[in-house]
Design a protein around this ligand. Structure first.
Ligand SMILES: NC(=O)c1ccc[n+]([C@@H]2O[C@H](COP(=O)([O-])OP(=O)(O)OC[C@H]3O[C@@H](n4cnc5c(N)ncnc54)[C@H](O)[C@@H]3O)[C@@H](O)[C@H]2O)c1
Length: 451
């Protein structure tokens, strides 16, 4: 299959499947269970582990990590579940290669530090794995993103970025409303990652969150690796929770595409101030110069005329909010004030309705059908759906509803915003990873209630 055919078929087959009633769907031929391997069993990996262990259609065949602390926690979880203990690969940073090459899993789930995603995705594809689900961010440089796309095409395999916010209940109710035309024609969208990570970027090497201001070798979990990105890089380092839902609202790569992007960065104060406040002015880390601006603002324009504003804001005191705004010719949703206004339909002219009233009415079919199964799943239940979609795609041997082009397009915002800032806030061109196929591909994400 050549590149053009691959891009086309991934879009079309997924659309057809998502609309098929459950009775016409068949479990994967030959075996009832999907054989899954998990690379990285840190904080996020163990969320996925929990969801995989709950499913009767999954056989967890192998896990891999380089840290005995998290492997011990994983073993305990698996033992408690009563499921068979998978083979454990550890001991060196490339143990995962041996795993994918010898175990030949049906699907691999990756939950390691960002810089490992590209080699693990490509290494899995080259080993013959046909389904790879990677945690958010699929590469560091722009070239990494092209490499992942080319590897998926060459191996005729599926790469799904596990962007869970696309499945958030309010986000999906809004998707339902968008598709029904409730907001009219969409004009402007906002979102971002606005999450105070100061106690994630630093810890004491014992506790995962907070209790100290160490990072790197002296710290564990994300403080062990993520903080280095704040030292060395300036851009929107975590764009996908904001852009994923937005891209689905306006059919990016499916009749629409991003054309260009421009980013601005504020000064950096938050991380330094946190170190001084918690560790004192004489702590060695008080001398570190953080390159990442506290608030990075990115504008994107689209071929169909919409504008998008994204914000990355992780170093200052603030309550969590992704800051969504979906605005069309008839009205808008804003998630910060949990409000919707639709002209001629809202209760009062020029006054906000409580968004929940609309969400109850327009709950997405996926949530209506599966809300019982989401109980106890991470992030308010939405994590259930992202794993569900990945596993169901493998069972049906069909393209994943979020594909490699979505992954590359959303994640590439990081290197593109770094370039824009480096060039003095120049507008940079957005690459078309689909090679022109965006004009023909159809929306496929969550068209029905299957997955
Ligand atoms: N979607 C979400 O809501 C969400 C939430 C949290 C984290 N994440 C993402 O999940 C990923 C992991 O984050 P985390 O919070 O679990 O970090 P973490 O540091 O807790 O876990 C990462 C794990 O990867 C392991 N690892 C590192 N190099 C490895 C290698 N070469 N081989 C095998 N294992 C290796 C580490 O030992 C660690 O246990 C990141 O991409 C992060 O952005 C997503």
């Amino acid at each position: 299959m050549n590149r053009k055919e691959f891009v086309k078929t991934t879009g079309m087959a997924a659309a057809a499947l998502a609309m098929m009633p459950g009775t016409q769907l068949f479990a994967r031929k030959g075996t009832a269970k999907v054989r899954i391997a998990l690379l990285g069993t840190g904080e996020r990996g163990r969320n996925h582990l929990d969801l995989l262990l709950r499913r009767d259609d999954v056989e967890l065949i192998a896990i891999c990590d380089v840290d005995d602390r998290v492997l011990k926690l994983s073993r305990e979880m698996i033992a408690k579940s009563g499921k068979p203990m998978p083979e454990i690969f550890t001991g060196d940073p490339y143990a995962w290669k041996k795993l994918v090459e010898t175990k030949k899993p049906d699907g691999v789930i990756i939950a390691t530090p960002w810089e490992w995603h590209k080699p693990m995705i490509i290494g899995s594809l080259e080993a013959g794995v046909k389904y790879v689900g990677s945690e958010v961010i699929i590469g560091i440089s722009l070239q990494d993103h092209w490499d992942v796309v080319k590897a998926a095409e060459k191996n005729n395999a599926h790469v799904m970025m596990l962007e869970n916010v696309c499945y958030r209940r309010d986000v999906m109710a809004v998707l339902n409303m968008v598709r029904m035309g409730m907001f009219g024609e969409l004009i402007h969208l906002q979102g971002g990652y606005q999450h105070d990570l100061r106690e994630v970027k630093f810890n004491d090497g014992q506790h995962v969150y907070g209790h100290g201001v160490e990072y790197g070798e002296k710290a564990i979990s994300e403080a062990h690796w993520r903080t280095e990105h704040s030292v060395h890089r300036n851009g929107d380092l975590y764009p996908t929770h904001g852009i994923g839902p937005i891209a689905n609202y306006i059919n990016i790569n499916r009749g629409n595409r991003f054309i260009s992007l421009c980013s601005f960065s504020s000064k950096a104060r938050g991380l330094h101030n946190h170190i001084v406040k918690v560790g004192g002015p004489d702590h060695p880390n008080a001398k570190v110069n953080f390159k990442l601006g506290d608030v990075v603002t990115t504008s994107i324009n689209c071929v169909n005329g919409e504008t998008i504003l994204l914000q990355h804001d992780t170093d200052l005191p603030r309550p969590y909010s992704l800051g969504f705004r979906v605005q069309g010719t008839e009205g808008l949703w804003m998630d910060v004030n949990k409000s919707i206004y639709i002209q001629d339909k809202s209760a009062k002219n020029d006054q906000w309705d409580n968004a929940q009233v609309w969400f109850d009415k327009y709950d997405h079919p996926l949530w209506k059908r599966w809300s019982k199964e989401t109980a106890g799943a991470g992030h308010g239940g939405m994590d259930f759906f992202v794993i569900h979609s990945f596993i169901e795609s493998i069972k049906r041997q069909q393209p994943t509803p979020l594909d490699v082009y979505d992954a590359a397009t959303w994640s590439a915002i990081s290197p593109l915003s770094e370039t824009s800032i480096e060039l003095g806030n120049q507008t940079v061109e957005f690459p078309d990873f689909t090679g022109g196929q965006w004009m023909y591909r159809k929306p496929v994400f969550s068209l029905g209630d299957e997955y």
